[in-house]
Ligand binder design. Structure first.
Ligand SMILES: Cc1cc2nc3c(=O)[nH]c(=O)nc-3n(C[C@H](O)[C@H](O)[C@H](O)COP(=O)(O)OP(=O)(O)OC[C@H]3O[C@@H](n4cnc5c(N)ncnc54)[C@H](O)[C@@H]3O)c2cc1C
Length: 386
């Protein structure tokens, strides 16, 4: 294989692969994507792959809405021969305090401005038409959006990767980028476990490991790794009104749970975790997750858990991604900090990045994602995250 490229992308998750695809689509030649394991072996392959448009900030709602449109046609968009598993069974968001319910009203306005078909659900009777077995004790209100759902994170990533490959992108798996090569303020390439590769542009999409690579050239990216766990149950008959139960999510109770099309329930909670690269599974999670979720959905009691796993969130201070053009090594772009919702916004973020790198216009200003926002105070506030 060649030793010199135009662009090297570090990380074969949904972010790296979608950026490779969008750049190739815009005619960029000589792209090499390097992944330490197999494609989607990081957070992407460990995620719940939930896709929701019910956001509280206009920015996140826009990224999610425009990404959803792409997920809806990802197979034809990328030329992929398999299904990417999009299932738009909807999201029921529950508010568990009056303050949270007030926030939901504001969120609905933001969503409606963007054409999201979200609406208030009457808790007395209507809610059972969406989630028949819900315990509404302590719930102040709920909203629903039918177009929210989930997809298969492996197929989505492979769709982008295969599309990129067809356009000439080279993908090198089981290869670790050990360090960045920079000289006189410019990026020159990467040292890897399989030798050195030159490039005048390096896109660092290594998720929780991205800040460590960026630090090698002096870039300070305030993103830290945090363990998040999930579990899946045995498959059971559909528990929604007309099929699988939609996603039920609570920011206050910090959980999400959804039934997949083949009947298994996939669920997770947010725990108070230290900064760490630990992604081992724990008994504490198993107990806490089952207890919290069966409180709201008692009908899930007794279901057998068949598997649990953990992955890393790359947390930024304002829970929004950082897209930062290096000031220390020209040609280096650091992209991380997706804080637990990178899967659902990756398609639009990839377009944003590719447009910026190819000098094409974009309705979103990429510079608002710069890490400078933590110095200037222009942080991106999102009121609705688990
Ligand atoms: C339990 C859990 C549930 C989640 N649920 C959702 C959800 O429902 N919806 C949603 O939108 N998001 C969810 N997320 C978040 C989502 O998974 C991430 O935001 C998204 O996958 C980030 O994609 P990425 O490509 O940046 O990272 P990754 O998929 O982690 O890809 C980065 C890749 O870089 C590779 N890498 C790292 N260092 C190096 C190196 N030095 N050399 C070469 N390769 C390297 C890694 O192996 C990895 O494959 C969840 C995450 C977790 C952990």
């Amino acid at each position: 294989m060649k030793k010199a490229y135009d662009t090297i992308i570090v990380g074969g998750g949904i972010v790296g692969c979608s950026i490779a695809f969008e750049l190739a689509k815009r005619g960029v030649k000589d792209i090499l994507l390097i992944e330490r394991g197999y494609l989607a072996s990081g957070a992407t392959g460990r995620c719940g792959a939930g896709i929701r448009q019910q956001w509280g900030s206009k920015l996140n709602a826009t990224l999610a809405v425009e990404s959803t449109h792409i997920f809806e046609n990802l197979e034809s968009y990328t030329g992929y021969n398999y299904s990417c598993g999009l299932n738009q069974a909807g999201y029921l968001l529950i508010a568990c305090t009056p303050k949270e319910w007030d926030q939901f009203q504001i969120n609905l306005d933001v969503q409606h401005e963007l054409g999201v078909e979200s609406h208030v659900v009457d808790l007395e009777k209507d809610v059972y038409n969406y989630v028949p077995f819900i315990n509404t004790d302590g719930i102040y209100g709920a909203t629903f959006c039918q177009k929210d759902g989930h997809a298969d994170p492996f197929h989505c990533t492979f769709a982008y990767a295969q599309g990129a490959k067809r356009m000439g992108v080279e993908i090198l798996t089981y290869t670790t980028v050990e360090s960045l090569i920079a000289e006189q303020g410019k990026i020159k390439g990467v040292h890897t476990s399989k030798g050195d590769f030159e490039a005048s542009r390096v896109i660092n999409c290594a998720n929780g490991w991205a800040p460590g690579l960026a630090a090698q050239v002096g870039d300070e990216i305030p993103v830290f790794p945090e363990r998040h766990q999930a579990l899946v149950t045995e498959p059971v008959a559909p528990m929604g009104p007309n099929g699988p139960m939609p996603m039920v999510m609570s920011f206050h109770r910090r959980f999400y749970v959804q039934q997949s099309p083949h009947g298994s329930f996939i669920m997770g909670i947010a725990e108070d975790e230290p900064i760490s690269f630990n992604y081992r599974s724990s008994w504490q999670f198993l107990e806490e997750c089952c207890s919290i979720i069966t409180n709201t959905l008692p009908a899930l009691r007794g279901l057998r858990v068949v598997r649990q796993w953990a992955g890393l969130y790359d947390m930024s201070p304002d829970h929004c991604p950082i897209i930062d053009f290096s000031k220390n090594a020209e040609g280096l772009l650091n992209i991380c900090g997706f804080s637990g919702h990178g899967f659902m916004i990756a398609p639009r973020v990839a377009i944003l990045v590719a447009n910026a790198l190819c000098q094409q216009e974009d309705a979103i200003d990429i510079h608002m994602f710069s890490a400078d926002r933590y110095r200037t105070g222009d942080i991106l506030i999102e009121p609705s995250v688990v």
